[in-house]
Design a protein around this ligand. Sequence first.
Ligand code: NGO
Length: 550
Amino acid sequence: MVKKLINALTPRRCAGHPGARLTAAAALATASPLIAGLAGPVRAEAATATPRIIPAPASLRTVPGRSFALTRATRIVVTSRSRDAVGVATYLAGLVRPSTGYRLPVVTGPAGSPHAITLSLAPASGLGTEGYRLDVTGGGVRIQAPTAAGLFYGVQTLRQLLPAKVEARSVRPGPWTVPAVHISDRPRFGWRGAMLDVSRHFFTVAETKRYIDEISLYKINTLHLHLSDDQGWRIAIKSWPRLATYGGSTEVGGGAGGYYTQAEYQDIVAYARKHFITVVPEIDTPGHTNAALASYADLNCDGKAPPLYTGTEVGFSSLCVDKDLTYRFLDDVIGELARLTPGSYVHIGGDEAHSTPLADYVKFIDRVQPLVHAHGKNMVGWNEIAQADVKPGPATLAQNWSIADGTTPVDDPLATAAVRKGVQLVLSPANHAYLDMQYDKDSPYGLHWAGYVSVRKSYQWDPTTIFTGVTEHDVRGVEAPIWSETLTDLHEVEYMAFPRLAGIAEIGWSPRQGRSWEEYRTRLAAQGPRWTAMGVNFYHSPEIAWDSAS
Ligand code: NGO
């Protein structure tokens, strides 16, 4: 009975969900808010020349007249000595030097220096903590922001204003023209996440860093690392060493697995931070714990360690809810993780605890939540945690992975429960935002328990219209998870993430008003040559009329 209840509240894995239908066809034919925001007289010429940027900026105005061109003489000028601003300038130089072959020195100097890309860290109203203004005139480029994060996002926009070949890692012929624009931009949501499952298959530090490089282009600011599951424990815990050395010694299919040492994990966290990305580590509990249970017999209710697991079933493992040792174990693990993680959230999983009776599940979450808080962190959990006595925001976030219709709001008891308790949601609807779902029946990798997720389907939903009773205020943001049961290396991850991740990033960043698939797909087409130049293995979906390489 109890189990039935938890099943009823748990998103079902089912096949064949019919594709989302188009919303108002007329709206699709009109331009995005950025074009619609243009002054009347320039609209006609500007419409053809509007730069194709993802995520769409909150406001963009093209300016007729001279564009700017990077030349051998271009310098990157930072108007203050702020280390963070200089860091962003150095990052920009590192991106643009290899393909242009220019020196692009980073110097401090006044705004308005000739022939410069100027980065100014300066208070500006209306930009929040991540917004920026970007102005391109014949004389130069100026990015202004109240924070270094804002400068970084301005740089990502500038990157997309430059020709795609700028992404190449060897010298290409110019010209390196930047169209004249005025952009004022800030994100809609503060949590714009990507999740990488490093448990089902292990991904090396180098692969994870490369994924960070790639998601940065779309202004993603959260990297959720799924560090433990039935098939592997991927982070060294000094007080429980066998978790990694034994629990991390295999993966789906029986490969060698692996784990991050604490120094490696910190290296990833620091690398992410340089990209203004916060790492959220997840230790999945009380289910999805076979790797831990196999490593320490005492964690099991019967004191017997199960064998390591390399299959893809879910819902069969559970920590022993009534043993005190379980909580000492979690206190140690969460404590070590919290010390290694500067971000304010630790994810405790909580999904698919099918072999934990509901009453035990609630008891368990109610004991784990204070442990997370005692180590100075807030708690994130998959939406099933809303069944427990979860504390209101910002103490708790619920990551919702239910199947949603996309166009018509549906009732979701777990989303409703979270909202009633004052807990904000991170939206990852499985049939729109799960990047591990196959695009269609011919996709070489991926699952399809939530249906096939075409590029269009991944784009056509909004956090505030999928569930009844969930308003903008209840939403912390969006996240695109990539689960790795079928994905063995970054090449395969890229194929599933691109192009769909760009659309989820836009849903997290851009204003909702005026959003249309037809307009979006023309902007997405411009990303193809960019990914090619970056060496990203993207899926050349036939839904998009890809630009040919420039
Ligand atoms: C589910 C499940 C994961 C699977 C994933 C595959 C959640 C939150 N739990 O999502 O264990 O890997 O689907 O798509």
